[in-house]
Structures are given as C-alpha cells and as structure tokens.
Design a protein around this ligand. Sequence first.
Ligand code: PEP
Length: 271
Amino acid sequence: MSLQSAFGRDNKAKTGARIAVARRPLVAGNWKMNGLSASIAELDHMLRGFDAALSGKLDLLICPPFTLIEEFSATAKGSKLMIGGQDCHLNASGPHTGDISAEMLADSGAQAVIVGHSERRVDHGESDALVRSKAEAAFRAGLIAIVCIGEAQAERQAGRTLEVVASQLKGSIPAAAKAEWLVIAYEPIWAIGSGVTPTPADVAEVHALIRKELSARFGKDLGEAVRILYGGSVKPDNAAALLKVENVDGALVGGASLKAADFLAIARAAA
Ligand code: PEP
C-alpha cells in the first residue's frame, strides 16, 4: 500500500505548510475460523460492490482463514480490495509445526495481517512482546500489521481501561513502526461477538488516548497518520454512530464481515 493510499491525500498543502492529515478509512473483515471454498461467492459479491461504488473512498480488507488466502488473492487480483492473514509467526521459516510466516502470507498474495487479536492473546497466551515480534515480522515481509489491543470486562469495570490499553500499546508496537505499515485496532474484549458495544464517548476516550500515546512515542506526524480502527460487534445498524467518532478511522469487523451485504453496508457507513 502506498502512503497516498494510507493517508487519503498528501499531508502537505501545495504551499508546503503542514495541514491536518485526512486518514483514509479502512474497513477490515476478520473471518476467524470460518469459510470454505464455496465462500468465494461472498468475496465475488464484495468485489462487485466495492469496486463499483466504494474503492475511491476507502480501503477494504478481508482476512479469511489461511486455507483461502491464495484463492481469494487470485480472485481479488486487479481489484483494490485487499486480502490479509489473521496471524503470523515471528520467524520467516523453520521448525514451527502448523505455523505460517508473514513471508508465506505475502507469497500467497496477502497485503496485511492481524496480530495480537484477543482470541490469540487468550487462546494461545500471546504476550505483548510476542505481538510486537509478529508486527516486526509483518513489516519485514512488506505487510500492513493491524495490531489489536483492548481491555477485558473486569478491567473496564475496575476503571483500568486506559491504563491497560496504554500498556498494551507500548508493549505491542515495534520501535521502528512506520505509519504506512501500521494500523491499530481497539477491540474491547467484552464487545467482541457479544452484540454489546462501548458508548461513542467511551470509544472516543480510548482512541484519543491511543492517538496521544502514538504521537508522544513516535512524533506527531506518525501519531496523526496511523489509522485507529474500532472493533467489537460492529454491525450495519451501529456502524455509522461508531465510525463518526473522532479518531475512529474505520472498523475491524468479525461476524458481520462474513456476509457481503452486511460488510458492504458497514463499508458504506465508513465512506
Ligand atoms: C473481532 O473478532 O475482531 C470482532 C470485532 O468480532 P465481532 O465483530 O464479531 O464482534
């Protein structure tokens, strides 16, 4: 992905003066462990809807299971719709039975990879340090890394959301991060697959914190340019309210990304 695509437009006015960066929205679909070869029909539908009306306005990404990446990438060739992975190993190759490297994803046609999803952090005990190494692997292979962070329900109830998110962000982002290859997804764990979402005010508070922390660590240019997605029970009927929140630059969508009609409705809300 070019800088132009990530940022929507050049971040310098013709006069050379700095202007606020218009971040191009990104809507990413995480299919998790769903999808068989027959699912290509949904991808076809998405491609038609995206390329006809939306591809000039936002970036769209589908992350199917590993088994479908090559076929989906071949089908999406020539379209602006991107295909990505849901995880990668930190190494490029080696004795890691069942794992897939970022280089293998890229070789299969992927352009992005999700790292640190809460289901990986919880089911596979992935730490911030491991997630950071996976993000580094993504950059090494030329993939966009979508780094997921978010608090558990007990942490929110204990009033620890901002502390937890700031700590995950600090631990999970590589020191050499570049805005064009980095996307942050704020996904409160309790909102994933539950049908419950934080209020727009809660989302705004966390996204503002993430933006502030990125600027403090990497400087304002990178801090302002990185896209921050909201994820957790985004559906066609709540997408517009969530996507208009300040510092929400798109969505990471699980269940509602499986059906082209729902996913395209969310994409339209982001455009
Ligand atoms: C996710 O798992 O990343 C996710 C956001 O899931 P859902 O949209 O189904 O809550």
